[in-house]
Design a binder for this molecule. Structure first.
Ligand SMILES: Nc1ncnc2c1ncn2[C@@H]1O[C@H](COP(=O)(O)OP(=O)(O)OP(=O)(O)O)[C@@H](O)[C@H]1O
Length: 362
């Protein structure tokens, strides 16, 4: 049973700008979801419509099967952790976390118990009497989460809430957030423009651009099987080449024919082919499937990032654990299943339908 459903949601702001175009989402209970997309793609607008802070222009919002489209934000079992944490600087940790329960005039003993539990969940036992300014960014973030979960919401919305943290702390908080979500067993909807973050944390990702969902799926699906070039480019570095389907399991690009794992596309149809830099191996010219000339090389700690020009002028990006010489002619090798074929302009629905037809044939 889904906990949140967005049914044909459209949002046009007062100035006429259409920020969301026919958004359909079904989110299950107890899962970690990410809304991923570049700045301005509509992520926050979706979150605000779910929270009840922004009204949709058309469409319906359901919570646990109930239509909550017109329900006041304060009556929804949904809480939000904002980007800037929105903590009260003049209140200490305890008072910040207790705030919502005090407002609801819960008995003091219940408040004490729940604050203790919430601080334990975010690993801040013993911090109750600290002032907010005495905390690090990561600790402030955890107070904000404790404050949001004290009401025992069924859904927690997190809006770019790690973006103020430095890289190391951010990684740490990614693990923490995932652990907190598992422990609470509630639905998290996490907004980010950082693809690595979304890939690391989510059960399911919705990739947004221009107010539309361009693809949804597990991190592995999204990474390995992007259905359009926006997703392929946005999720990680890619080599994207123009090509042509020859027949099932055979595709032409870079002036050669290759065996691939894709089927169900009309022979002769123009396609785009995605090859991830980490799926390419550098080898000798004789052993390679394609010949390239090395242009540049950067050492990035755990691998080299190599740029090389193919015989057709295409600039390849290759991740390799071995270094090469600038100007050297090398071969690149890849397996048939590393070739991801995308139909030009194929929509997510068309891709799914093709996949179903194909799977149905097995
Ligand atoms: N009140 C408003 N009036 C008019 N346009 C708005 C309003 N709020 C947001 N927008 C526009 O709607 C689009 C989507 O905004 P939104 O904040 O949802 O994007 P986002 O993906 O969350 O971006 P970011 O990552 O920068 O926060 C943007 O182009 C934005 O300028």
């Amino acid at each position: 049973m889904e906990i949140i459903k967005l049914d044909h949601i459209t949002k046009q702001y007062d100035d006429g700008f259409v920020a969301l175009k026919d958004i359909n989402l079904e989110l299950e209970s107890g899962k970690f979801y990410s809304l991923l997309g570049p700045s301005g793609s509509g992520k926050t607008t979706i979150l605000r419509i779910i929270a009840g802070f922004t009204e949709a222009s058309a469409g319906k919002v359901y919570f646990d099967g109930q239509d909550i489209t017109n329900l006041d934000a304060s009556k929804r079992h949904i809480n939000t952790v904002f980007q800037n944490y929105a903590l009260f600087p003049h209140l200490n940790v305890y008072e910040n976390v207790a705030f919502a329960l005090k407002l609801r005039q819960r008995p003091e003993s219940e408040i004490r118990e729940k604050v203790k539990d919430a601080l334990h969940t975010v690993r801040l036992d013993g911090y109750a009497n600290r002032e907010i300014f005495e905390l690090s960014g990561g600790q402030q973030q955890r107070v904000a989460i404790a404050r949001a979960i004290i009401n025992e919401p069924k859904v927690l919305l997190l809006d770019e809430c790690l973006s103020a943290l430095d890289k190391r702390l951010r990684k740490e908080m990614q693990f923490e957030l995932r652990a907190i979500q598992k422990k609470l067993g509630i639905t998290f909807i996490f907004v980010t423009h950082d693809q690595e973050e979304a890939l690391a944390m989510s059960d399911e990702i919705f990739v947004l651009n221009d107010g539309e969902i361009k693809q949804s799926g597990s991190p592995v699906d999204i990474y390995d099987e992007p259905v359009n070039d926006f997703v392929a480019r946005f999720i990680g570095d890619s080599n994207i080449l123009s090509g042509r389907m020859i027949r099932d399991f055979a595709v032409e690009f870079a002036g050669k024919d290759f065996e691939c794992a894709d089927a169900g596309i009309t022979p002769g149809e123009k396609v785009e082919v995605v090859l991830r830099p980490e799926d390419l191996d550098i080898t000798t010219p004789a052993a390679g499937k394609l010949l390239v000339t090395v242009q540049s090389q950067l050492f990035l700690g755990d691998h080299f990032e190599i740029k090389a020009i193919g015989q057709d002028g295409f600039e390849w990006l290759i991740h390799s654990t071995n270094g090469v010489q600038i100007g050297q002619e090398v071969g690149i090798f890849f397996d048939p299943e590393d070739i991801h074929v995308m139909r030009l302009g194929e929509t997510e629905e068309e891709f799914d339908a093709r996949l179903e037809t194909y799977e149905g044939e097995d």
